[in-house]
Structures are given as C-alpha cells and as structure tokens.
Design a protein around this ligand. Structure first.
Ligand SMILES: Nc1nc2c(c(=O)[nH]1)N[C@H]1C(S)=C(S)[C@@H](COP(=O)(O)O)O[C@H]1N2
Ligand SMILES: [Mo]
Length: 255
C-alpha cells in the first residue's frame, strides 16, 4: 500500500472510531500506529491522544509554521521566565566568556555521541526563519531566528533507527522537554543561536535554545546543555515526556 493511501486509511479509521464507537477505540488505533503521546494518561487523557494523532496524520508531517515579513518583527520581544533567568555561578562564568566554554552534548541512541562548541554550531550552514513564538498564557512575538537545523546535528551524530524521541535539557535546572522524530527532523526546528540579526540575548536563551516554531513557547527550551535520543520516555522524570505535563500542560503543544 502506498504511504498516502495507508495514511488516508488510518485517518479515516481514527475519525470513524472517534465519532462512532467512542474515543477509546481511536486511542487504541493510535497506539497501534505509534501515535500515543507520552502523557496520554494525564488529565488530557484520550482527547489528547486524538489531538496528537490527528495532527500528526492529517497535516503535520510536511506542514510548516507560518513565516512573516521582516516588517512584522516585534520591536520589543517579551522575555518570559516563570522562575527567572539562571543566575548560578556556572552560568555567570560561561556568560562572562561569551560562552566559549559552553558545550552541547548529543548522546543516547546515536552512532557517534558528540560534544559541540558554539563555534562549531555556528560553522555549519545556518538556517533562518521569521516566525512567531506563542506562549500558552496568550501573548506572542515575531522574531527572526538563526541557527543550525537540529536535523543537521542529528545526522552528524548518526541517529540509530530505534530512536523515537529527542529529549533536550537546559542548563537551568527543572527545564527539559522532548519531541518526536518528525518534529526533530522538521526543517524549521533549529538549534538557535541568533535572533533578529544578532546573538541570541541571554533572556531569550543564550547561547542556544531549541526553536520549535510549530509548538507553543514552553517547548522552546532556553540555555540548552544536552540532547539525548531515546526509544522511550518512561524512565525520564515522571515518564510524561517533559517537565510541562508534570505541571499540567500538554506534552504535544502543536499550534
Ligand atoms: N530554560 C528555560 N526555558 C524556557 C523558559 C524558562 O523559564 N526557562 N520559559 C518557557 C516559556 S513558558 C516560554 S513561553 C518561552 C518564552 O520565550 P521568550 O523568553 O523568548 O519569550 O520560553 C520557554 N523556555
Ligand atoms: Mo510560556
């Protein structure tokens, strides 16, 4: 069966199941096709599974986040820190030296675990896009982002076929999240080191933040330190895929 007709069949199946026999059947179908988000048992439950599965099947594989004109860039973007920017000694030392000693570790299910410096990341062919960062609280801003597509770095490290999620950690304790492989390899998903033509400001995530423009602000973790590939999120944190669902937010935050 061709990929498209198979997808159409699954989608039709999901829709019918959700309408006719209840959401539980749709969830079972989603499970069979690897479309169960890691936080499916949380307060969003089955409905959350259907949102994730439908978006993944219907539109998200190839779709792109909306891009804007340079004239639409927000003059004063809003930095958001529910708990304040990192102010520990380690971060201050890195910052004073313009992050020369900062390193990004890429490990887990990769053929070649690798450590990257900021200069190395800046040496790869850069990507840019003018996209909106939208917070779940309702505010948003538009900026031009520059970085290396995450796909490039993942390909350098060599993702093993059994990898299903990319987990990413911040230097700021308590901040970590994860995305699935379609999101990780999406061309707009960047390891972002530049914003509006300059370096990424500290309050927006220096030296590098993950920019996931197809998902809400909280997935865009700042001050990255480590990227880890895994086939399961079960043994990480509370097993819900990120710190966000532990606080009541959805793991999949597609917009
Ligand atoms: N390390 C870290 N990453 C973070 C946050 C944070 O407090 N610390 N806040 C998140 C939230 S809730 C949002 S909406 C965006 C805000 O990005 P901004 O500061 O560029 O507006 O960053 C996300 N990434
Ligand atoms: Mo947010």
């Amino acid at each position: 069966m061709s990929k498209l007709s198979r997808r159409r069949l699954i989608t039709a199946g999901l829709g019918t199941a959700a309408g006719a026999s209840g959401l539980a059947v749709a969830a079972r179908l989603a499970d069979r096709h690897g479309l169960i988000p890691p936080d499916h048992g949380g307060i969003y439950g089955v409905g959350e599974t259907v949102t994730y599965a439908s978006q993944r099947l219907l539109m998200s594989f190839g779709s792109a986040a909306r891009q804007f004109d340079r004239s639409q860039i927000t003059r004063v973007p809003h930095p958001n820190y529910p708990v304040g920017p990192p102010n520990d000694e380690t971060f201050e030392r890195l910052r004073k030296e313009n992050f020369a000693d900062w390193r990004l570790t890429v490990d887990g299910l990769v053929a070649r675990p690798t450590v990257f410096s900021l200069a190395e990341l800046k040496g790869y062919p850069p990507g840019t896009h003018i996209t909106q960062l939208a917070c779940e609280e309702g505010w948003s801003y538009i900026a031009e982002w520059t970085g290396v597509p995450l796909a490039h770095v993942l390909n350098l490290a060599g993702v093993k076929p059994q990898a299903r999620y990319v987990v990413y950690y911040s230097l700021q304790s308590g901040w970590w999240d994860s995305i699935d492989m379609p999101e990780a390899f999406h061309p707009q998903t960047f390891l972002t080191y530049g914003m509006n033509g300059g370096d990424l400001p500290v309050q927006h995530g220096a030296p590098v933040r993950l920019r996931v423009p197809r998902q809400l602000g909280y997935k865009n973790v700042k001050h990255l330190s480590r990227i880890m590939l895994t086939d399961s999120l079960k043994n990480i944190g509370k097993g819900l895929g990120s710190a966000a669902p532990e606080a009541g937010f959805s793991w999949y935050a597609g917009i």
